[in-house]
Structure formats: C-alpha cells, structure tokens
Design a protein around this ligand. Structure first.
Ligand code: IPE
Ligand code: IPE
Ligand code: MG
Length: 258
C-alpha cells in the first residue's frame, strides 16, 4: 500500500491517530531523581514500551513508532552506549515471541549495521516472525536519524537510475525507511524537551506535536489518553482555512468546497 504525501493531498484522519510517533525521553532523569544509574531508567523505559504497545493496540492505533536510539546517541559515554545496545539485544530476544502472540508486526528502522551481526540477525528473525501479523505495526527507530533517512532515500533513488528531473515527493517518500506507513498524525515527546532531535524530519511535516513533562518511564495509559484528547481538540487544516475545514465536515456544504 502506498500512502499520500500530506503536502500533496490531504490525508484521511480520524478521532484516534492512525500513526503515533514518540520520542521516549527522560529515562536518565527518572533514574537520577532516584539516585539510580541511568541504565535503570532505560530498563524501566522498556516496561513503559510494553505498556504503550498494549495501550495503543487497545485504542485502535495502527502504527506506533518509537525512537529508541538516535544517530547522535553514539556521543554518549561508551558505557551507557554499550548498556543500551545490550538492552536492545536482550529486548529483541525476549519480546519477539510476545509481540508475535499479540499479533504485532515489528519493524526496525535505522542504520542497524553499526550494531553488528548478532543484532542484525535478531532483527531479521523478529521481523520475519511477525511480518504477516495484521495487528499494530510497531516500528523501533534505532541508530536512526531523519537526515540519514532522507540521504539514504536519495542515494537509493539515484542508484535505481532516477534522473534529476523525475525526482518528486512521491518518489522520495517511497524510498524512506518507513515507506510502509502513513505519515504520523500525532507526535509525542516526553521528558519536557520541545525539539525533534533529528527524528522523522520528512514525515512530521503536518503531524500534530504534543510535548509532555512526564518522564518516559512514567508514561502510562492516562498520559497517552491526555495526548490523544489533545489531538482530538486540534483542527488539522493542512493549509486550508478554518471555514473550509468546517464546511467539509458539514454534509450540506461539503459539495461546495470539496
Ligand atoms: C531517552 O532518555 C532514551 C535514549 C535517548 C536512549 P534519556 O537517556 O535521553 O534521558 P534524559 O533525557 O537524560 O533524562
Ligand atoms: C532523543 O533523545 C532520542 C531518543 C529518545 C532515542 P535525546 O535525549 O538523545 O535528545 P537530545 O539530545 O536531548 O536532543
Ligand atoms: Mg534525553
């Protein structure tokens, strides 16, 4: 299935976001406030991931994308990086079956070669195991950067022989790592920071942005519902006027504006 580009065509959108993308931030501060090592925060963060996957599936969200490790996170102390990679590896091993049983389709996006052969194989196995599942599509972004994504898409376009004049939005979007998903309707960042940190740069063009002070390990069903309630209260205009949007929702006037 191919999805339309929000800058080319107004996407369909409903009361629940079809695609939710989250920057899971605040693990380190959660741990520090308890005088625990940062990795303890990451471990608790994994528990919040499990709960969020379940909560999203229950609410009818079709795509959940979680930023787990950015292309810039290699700048952290070597010990933290090593522990994060260990945690990623053990989660891939322990969660694949559980996700499969829950009907979740798992995808990993990012330049995962840098994690080495063992993790590469685990990713392949987990993706293959869950590929036919029809429930929630869970994407984990690992060694992912929005700029990396746009550049690798361009490189693949050029390698496929696409010529200068024929590169358009649809052609580029088809080569992005997440070409299998619609653009996010809702973006959440926990942990109080209000920035994108090189996440899905292309696809966030028309996403609703929601920033929460809740630290990721504390992000629960109630926090998710607050974000969805905020999303519901937004008027998504995609460049149009408020009057046009209102008229489109009114069957009597729809024909005039559509
Ligand atoms: C997010 O939590 C997890 C990763 C980036 C891997 P942080 O580790 O960034 O937590 P804070 O921002 O230091 O609290
Ligand atoms: C963003 O969090 C990346 C992930 C959650 C994986 P960071 O904590 O790394 O972001 P910055 O450095 O504060 O922007
Ligand atoms: Mg952080």
């Amino acid at each position: 299935m191919t999805y339309t580009s929000s800058t080319q065509e107004v996407p369909e959108h409903g009361a629940v976001p079809r695609h939710l993308a989250i920057i899971m931030d605040g693990n380190g501060r959660w741990a520090r406030s308890r005088l625990l090592p940062r990795i303890a925060g990451h471990r608790r963060g994994l528990e919040a991931v499990r709960a969020t996957v379940e909560n999203c599936a229950e609410r009818g969200i079709e795509f959940l994308t979680l930023f787990a490790f950015s292309s810039e996170n290699w700048r952290r102390p070597a010990e933290e990086v090593a522990l994060l990679i260990q945690l990623f590896q053990s989660a891939l091993t322990s969660e694949a079956e559980r996700l499969h049983r829950a009907g979740v389709r798992l995808k990993i996006v990012g330049d995962v070669r840098r994690f080495g052969r063992k993790i590469g194989l685990l990713i392949e196995q987990a993706e293959k195991l869950t590929a036919q599942n029809r429930g929630l599509t869970l994407t984990i972004a690992a060694n992912y950067g929005g700029r990396w994504d746009i550049l690798q898409a361009l490189s693949r376009l050029l390698a496929a022989g696409t010529t200068h004049g024929s590169i358009d939005e649809a052609a580029l979007a088809a080569h992005l790592a997440m070409s299998y998903a619609p653009e996010p309707d809702l973006f959440i960042r926990t942990g109080g920071e209000q920035r994108i940190s090189n996440f899905l740069l292309w696809q966030l063009a028309y996403s609703e942005l929601y920033f929460s002070d809740t630290l990721w390990p504390d992000f629960d069903a109630a926090a998710l519902d607050l974000a969805i309630a905020s999303y519901r209260s937004r008027e998504r205009r995609f460049g149009r006027t408020s009057e046009q949007v209102a008229a489109l929702a009114d069957p009597a006037k729809r024909a005039e504006v559509a």
